[in-house]
Design a protein around this ligand. Structure first.
Ligand SMILES: NC(=O)c1ccc[n+]([C@@H]2O[C@H](COP(=O)([O-])OP(=O)(O)OC[C@H]3O[C@@H](n4cnc5c(N)ncnc54)[C@H](OP(=O)(O)O)[C@@H]3O)[C@@H](O)[C@H]2O)c1
Length: 341
């Protein structure tokens, strides 16, 4: 699991920060982290649904410096609105996305409009407003994608990496963070199993007993993203070192007495996820808590990471959820589930 960077809060102190998708699982946790540890001057929550924003305002009503929060209704598909929201912003976290695989398969153009056109709009708005740094959230599904959600996030990653070539004297730096399943996030397998168990289900559906996934908690994700802001030069895809677990072992941990029904792998699903392909590995260096896929820019300087002890990964390396050296035990997952209700 990753360790938080103590430098990140210093970077954010007194800064103006915007989170697209700020009312989502990640956005709310990142907001809590910033209000607690970083003392930002202004924190803009950018999203579409006023009710989610209202609920978030209620949830944060008892936090000391909640007055720095600004709730901005807007759609990442709307470049003008995004540009207005980004006025005088120093740092932007791009978390807004359509992220459900079946939704993206059924509504491909909607997925492309939000995840791909939205990424371009974030880049344009950040450049127009001379934002200092932008970090976009990506997913393991973007590596060798087999579904449109993953493919749209791969396109988004490419847009953010290449955006560094556009920034010239403006100096905005763009990077991406790629990670796996967030324990307990909305619409994921943990709340799905929890719902079935609470309803008194007699069995849990398992797609394939071999299926594995990477796992990260929201807290670790937030710490990791914050640390990437501190260290990024622009153009990197940061990948945290996180553990794997088989879905069937997760089911056993959550409901030891329930039998399983094998339902088969669904269209657009992989048996195992991958975060770094063999081809990406040629550009990848490793630090104790993370991998960094470096951009293939002529101007890229390996020096700063080499100074921190980063070395190239071996030839033919890949980072997959089934061959990952780090695994979650049932006991460790139980603790994560208790802490992430
Ligand atoms: N959760 C995971 O397991 C996981 C794993 C890896 C990567 N990620 C990535 O992490 C990011 C955040 O995920 P999350 O779990 O926080 O998602 P989430 O809980 O579904 O939140 C998504 C947020 O984006 C907003 N949004 C959606 N479409 C928008 C649009 N067109 N314009 C503006 N805002 C929009 C939503 O609010 P409105 O609907 O009100 O607009 C909401 O605030 C995503 O990029 C996702 O791909 C998530």
């Amino acid at each position: 699991m990753t360790t938080p960077s103590p430098r990140a809060p210093v970077l954010f102190k007194g800064a103006s920060i915007l989170i697209t998708g700020g009312t989502g699982s990640f956005g709310r946790q990142f907001t809590r982290f910033l209000l607690k540890h970083a003392k930002p001057r202004r924190l803009v929550i950018f999203s579409r649904d006023e009710f989610k924003q209202y609920e978030m305002q209620q949830q944060f009503a008892d936090m000391d410096n909640r007055d720095v929060l600004r709730f901005f209704i807007g759609d990442v598909r709307d470049q003008q609105r995004l540009s207005m929201a980004m006025r005088e912003v120093d740092y932007c976290i791009h978390a807004a996305a359509l992220k459900h695989v079946p939704t993206a398969e059924y509504n491909p153009i909607e997925c492309i409009r939000t995840n791909v056109n939205g990424a371009e709009n974030v880049v344009q708005a950040a450049l127009a407003n001379k934002v200092k740094k932008v970090v976009a959230l990506s997913t393991d599904k973007a590596a060798s994608p087999v579904n449109l959600y993953g493919a749209s996030k791969l396109a988004s990653d490419k847009i953010f990496v290449a955006a560094n070539n556009l920034s010239g004297s403006v100096g905005t730096r763009f990077a991406a963070v790629r990670y796996g399943n967030v324990v307990g996030s909305r619409g994921s397998v943990v709340p799905f199993f929890r719902g079935l168990i609470a309803q008194g289900a007699k069995e849990l559906p398992i797609t394939d007993t071999r299926m594995t996934r990477f796992w990260i908690t929201l807290d670790k994700g937030v710490d990791f993203v914050a640390s990437c802001f501190a260290m990024m030069q622009g153009g990197e895809i940061f990948v945290p070192k996180i553990p794997s677990m088989r879905i069937v072992d997760l089911a056993r941990t959550m409901a030891p007495d329930l039998p399983h029904r094998i339902v088969g792998i669904r269209p657009g699903e992989k048996l195992h996820e991958i975060m770094i392909t063999e081809d990406d590995a040629r550009q990848t260096v490793e630090l104790p808590d993370r991998f960094i896929i470096e951009p293939a820019f002529k101007w890229w300087d390996r020096g700063p990471y080499a100074k921190q002890g980063a070395g190239a990964v071996p030839d033919g390396f890949n980072y997959r959820s089934d061959t990952n050296p780090e695994w979650l035990t049932a006991a460790a997952m139980r603790v994560l589930l208790e802490r992430n209700p």
